[in-house]
Design a binder for this molecule. Structure first.
Ligand SMILES: C[S@@+](CC[C@H](N)C(=O)[O-])C[C@H]1O[C@@H](n2cnc3c(N)ncnc32)[C@H](O)[C@@H]1O
Length: 234
């Protein structure tokens, strides 16, 4: 797929995600800043993006942390195809279900940071606990875990502005695009992930603490939208 075509899909993806992820760009900026500070002095820090979609956050980290090696984990072949074309050399996509047996087998030792955006509401609490334990094991001492999402059950003041394209409309258009036909064929036999665990900030904080993370904190928040950060102890 031409990079220009992929860029169009990502632009439309980002607009669509804004409908659900309140102040998404600000959350991204908070995470990039956290990663930059956590990796200051590292020569080639490895950063993981869990549930990367087409690489919106992964690309911002790669651009904002020069010299970093960003591994974007995403299980949907359509989003991986778009992301690979759009990001080029900036990001390495890994088509895996995070948390599935062996998902982390290719990750090098001593990861500096793991980030995620609007994805860790998919796994069940049990799966999330296991993912946090895996991330704790993969991080170097002092390594960062940062997660931006909407937390808890939907409230009475949904942020989804009506002028932004809904999720299903984006997917319907993508399914009709000739440049994505091959990826949609692969998608039919790919493992599907879905679900909304509705876990609160407090639930995540408890799961991170149970996985032996420290300095667990919601460092940015606006209603349900928040960024939670934590560290593996030194
Ligand atoms: C709402 S999208 C957000 C994508 C991207 N992080 C962003 O902010 O634009 C959530 C993504 O997480 C992916 N995802 C959810 N659970 C996953 C898992 N266990 N392993 C890999 N990808 C997962 C989904 O396939 C989906 O593409």
């Amino acid at each position: 797929m031409e990079q220009e075509l992929a860029a169009g899909w990502v632009e439309r993806w980002d607009a669509q995600q804004e409908r659900y992820a309140h102040r998404r760009e600000e959350r991204f900026a908070v995470i990039v800043d956290l990663v930059r500070r956590a990796t200051a002095g590292d020569r080639a820090p490895v950063v993981l993006d869990l549930g990367a979609g087409p690489g919106s956050l992964a690309a911002r980290v790669a651009d904002g942390v020069p010299g970093s090696r960003v591994l974007a984990f995403e299980c949907d072949p359509v989003l991986v195809a778009i992301g690979r074309s759009w990001c080029g050399d900036r990001v390495e996509f890994v088509e895996e279900v995070v948390g599935a047996p062996g998902w982390s087998s290719t990750i090098p030792a001593g990861v500096a940071a793991a980030v995620s955006s609007t994805a860790l509401h998919y796994p069940s609490l049990q799966q999330l606990r296991s993912i946090y334990a895996d991330v704790h094991r993969l991080l170097r001492p002092g390594g960062l875990m940062a997660n931006a999402d909407h937390f808890g059950p939907p409230d009475r003041t949904p942020h989804d502005p009506a002028h932004l394209e809904p999720w299903h409309s984006w997917w319907r258009s993508a399914a009709d695009a000739p440049e994505l036909a091959e990826a949609f064929t692969l998608r039919r036999s790919a493992p599907a992930v879905n679900g909304d665990n509705r876990l609160t900030v407090q639930d995540h904080a408890e799961a991170l603490t149970a996985a032996r993370f420290v300095e667990v904190e919601a460092i940015w928040r606006d209603g349900r939208s928040a960024v939670i950060a934590a560290r593996r102890p030194h």
